[in-house]
Ligand binder design. Structure first.
Ligand code: PGA
Ligand code: ZN
Length: 462
């Protein structure tokens, strides 16, 4: 029996909606309440959670937080009261959402379906500073993320599809990103003496994100065995992003461990490497001190440091270098970029900020942008930065923060902006794997319902 039998004879539906119906559609697209609360991130530090309500339901977002923050990032507002979470409380940011942004935004009656850019611009003006230091980028971003979710719901679309339409630069259908798993943690993310912050494995030879996750996980487990054999079980503890942090010091030691793990897992040639030294952390005047975490300094001149990278690039299958130099060391970036054979990503260098991107373009300093939503503080500005990077012919690499949450927003963002690669830590720890799990869900959904998607693979782009 089809529905016509139940409903009886067909009735003519008027071509346009009645005023009452219109009011109902409208109500489903406007914000009726905005709330915020202080919750914890993966390091156990406070962060901001925002919940907005429209006629379509409630939409949450939780904001991430970095440890090796760049100087050009938007401001993360912390209370600074040492007696409360050691100064890390975010009750001021929570207050700003509840009592400043919330009431002002609700009064504007924006249509979330179409007005994300207007909402973000309104919050920027309400804050009135370049760095979002009045209201806090953590307050503003929480609202922006939750509004993006409400917008997707108002359009009856998944979040990645809404973000794809906002970006408007992904003509080749859907591209699932190559996951860069950060499996060895150093720098500001662990207690060992390794200066370089991240050593990542990238399953570029997989056929799908699901297979890439399998490869990443298998190599990760092999790496644990290799470390245990070489350094003992106590060395298999993990750092902030879920990677191991064994007592190693030199980058070549880390890459040797990865090489053995990849070989043992049977993925030689299919799993390549990426490195994020986060070099701003150990740039001292004119030298890079790769011994900065030990009692034995090991300062390298710019020339010697470039030489170290060139040797690593020669000896190992590295496909990406992120922040190999400090955020203001333009000359070295520029010099290295002239002959760099791999993707050269600006993180602290660019801070997801189009003004920094323009400077980097002027210097010809890099060929890729790391996209971190809390560096800039709104979703529309993050998308604008991605569009700008593409207009320069660069790649876009979507990233989590070392202080993460179980919010999986960036998985949808990576597909939405067609980034072709994403980093979300190791294939371990809930706040990391939630992004990889979401990407596998998206892959399944696209395969079953939308058709036509590809895994970025060696291209690392859409
Ligand atoms: P952060 O580290 O979140 O601590 O800044 C991540 C990165 O540098 O890419
Ligand atoms: Zn980085």
């Amino acid at each position: 029996m089809d529905s016509q039998d139940i409903l009886g004879p067909a009735i003519t539906i008027p071509p346009s909606r009645t005023p009452a119906e219109m009011a109902c559609v409208y109500a489903s697209n406007i914000i009726s309440s905005i709330h915020a609360a202080q919750r914890l991130d993966s390091r156990g530090k406070p962060t901001v959670k925002v919940t907005i309500t429209t006629g379509k339901g409630k939409f949450d977002a939780i904001v991430p937080s970095g440890a090796s923050k760049g100087d050009y990032e938007a401001l993360e507002l912390r209370d600074g009261d040492p007696a409360f979470y050691g100064g890390n409380g975010v009750t001021k940011a929570v207050y700003n959402v509840e009592h400043v942004i919330g009431p002002a935004l609700i009064e504007q009656k924006f249509d979330v379906r179409t007005d994300l850019s207007k909402i973000d611009e309104f919050m920027r003006k309400l804050d009135g500073t370049k760095e979002k230091s009045n209201l806090g980028a953590n307050a503003i971003l929480g609202v922006s993320m939750a509004c993006a979710r409400a917008a997707a719901a108002a359009r009856d679309e998944p979040l990645y599809e809404f973000l794809r339409q906002q970006t408007g630069v992904t003509p080749n259908g859907y591209t699932l990103p190559v996951p860069f798993f950060n499996v060895l943690n150093g720098g500001a993310h662990s207690g060992n003496t390794m200066a370089f912050q991240e050593f990542m494995i990238a399953p570029v030879g997989a056929k799908s994100i699901t297979q890439a996750v399998q490869m990443g996980s298998e190599v990760y487990q092999e790496l644990k065995n290799v470390i245990k054999k070489q350094f003992g079980g106590a060395a298999t503890g993990i750092g902030d992003e879920g990677g191991f942090a064994p007592p190693i010091r030199h980058p070549a030691e880390a890459l040797d461990l990865l090489t053995t793990a990849v070989k043992n897992a049977g993925y030689e040639g299919k799993v390549k490497f990426g490195i994020d030294p986060a070099a701003s952390e150990f740039f001292r005047k004119d030298v890079y001190d790769i011994g900065f975490k030990s009692e034995r300094p090991e300062p390298l001149s710019r020339k010697d440091f470039m030489g170290l990278y060139n040797k690593l690039l020669k000896d190992y299958p590295i496909v990406l270098l992120e922040d190999p130099f400090a955020q203001d060391d333009w000359e070295t970036w520029k010099e290295f970029n002239k002959t760099c054979p791999v993707e050269l990503v600006g993180d602290d260098l660019l801070a997801t900020n189009i003004e920094r991107l323009a400077l980097a373009k002027e210097h010809e300093a890099c060929n890729s942008m790391l996209l971190k939503i809390n560096q800039i503080g709104t979703i529309s500005e993050a998308i604008a930065a991605a569009q700008k990077a593409y207009s320069y012919g660069w790649r876009v690499f979507v990233s989590h923060r070392s202080g993460e949450t179980t919010d999986d927003f960036i998985a949808d963002l990576a597909v939405g902006v067609g980034a072709g690669h994403l980093k979300s830590g190791s294939p371990c720890r809930g706040e990391r794997v939630v992004k990889y799990n979401r990407l596998m869900d998206i892959e399944d959904e696209i395969a079953h319902r939308r058709g036509g998607h590809v895994y970025a693979g060696e291209k690392l782009s859409a």
